[in-house]
Design a protein around this ligand. Structure first.
Ligand SMILES: [Zn+2]
Length: 207
C-alpha cells in the first residue's frame, strides 16, 4: 500500500500534475489510513514518508507527522465508505479553474460528460482549516472530483489508480477547454446530443 502511494506520487510529478512539496495522497484500509507525511515532495517519496493514522487522525508507528490536510481526507472517507483512495494536488490547468472559481462543466467533450457530469468548485477555506475540510468534503456526497476555490483539486476513487485516472482526466479536460478557447471555435454539445449523454451517464452510474 505504501509502495503504491510512492509510485503514484512519482507519476503525478512526472506528468506535471504536482510540484515541489504541494499535495497529498492517501489510501484507506478498514479503519486505518495511509497518508503522505507533511512537507514531503510527492515526486520523491519513499515508504517512510507514508504515515499510518486512525480515523480520528492520530498517527501510530511513525515519527513523521501526517499531512496537514488529513482531516479533509478523513471527512471524505467517513462520508463515502465506497471511496478508498484520495489524491489532492495543485495540477496547473484544473487549479487555474479553481483560481477563477469556475466549475468544469462546459459540454465540450462527450466522454467528460459521461465520466464526470461536471466538476464543481468548493467554497474557499484556509489550507488545513476546518472550513476547508467542511466546504470540500460535503461536495463528495454527489461528486468524486472537486475543485477547491483558490487552491487546487481533490479526486477520490475505489482504488488509488482510479483516483489518479480521475485527476488526470480532469486535468486533460481543463487543458482541452483552454486550448479550444485559444483556437476560438468551441462548439458546445446541446439539445438531443447532450440529453442522450446525460441519460447514458445515469444508466452507467446506476449499475
Ligand atoms: Zn493543497
Amino acid at each position: 500500500m505504501k509502495n503504491e502511494i510512492v509510485k503514484i506520487g512519482k507519476l503525478l510529478y512526472d506528468k506535471d500534475l504536482t510540484s515541489a512539496t504541494s499535495g497529498n495522497i492517501s489510501i484507506r484500509s478498514g479503519n486505518k489510513v495511509y497518508i503522505t507525511a507533511t512537507g514531503t515532495a510527492l515526486g520523491f517519496l519513499s515508504e517512510k514518508d507514508v504515515v499510518e493514522i486512525d480515523m480520528d487522525g492520530k498517527e501510530f508507528n511513525s515519527n513523521e507527522k501526517a499531512s496537514s490536510e488529513k482531516f479533509m481526507h478523513l471527512a471524505i472517507y467517513k462520508l463515502r465508505p465506497d471511496l478508498k483512495a484520495i489524491i489532492h494536488c495543485h495540477s496547473p490547468f484544473t487549479t487555474a479553474f479553481a483560481a477563477c472559481r469556475k466549475e468544469l462543466a462546459a459540454p465540450i467533450i462527450a466522454e467528460n460528460i459521461l465520466y464526470f457530469g461536471k466538476i464543481p468548485v468548493a467554497d474557499y477555506g484556509m489550507p488545513s482549516s476546518q472550513q476547508l475540510t467542511d466546504n470540500t468534503s460535503k461536495l463528495f456526497a454527489d461528486y468524486d472530483t472537486v475543485l477547491m476555490a483558490n487552491h487546487g483539486i481533490v479526486a477520490a476513487g475505489e482504488t488509488l489508480k482510479k483516483a489518479f485516472f480521475k485527476l488526470e482526466t480532469a486535468e486533460t479536460y481543463a487543458k482541452t477547454y483552454v486550448y479550444s478557447k485559444i483556437i476560438d471555435g468551441q462548439i458546445l454539445l446541446d439539445g438531443k446530443d447532450l440529453d442522450d449523454l446525460k441519460e447514458l451517464r445515469i444508466k452507467l452510474h446506476s449499475k
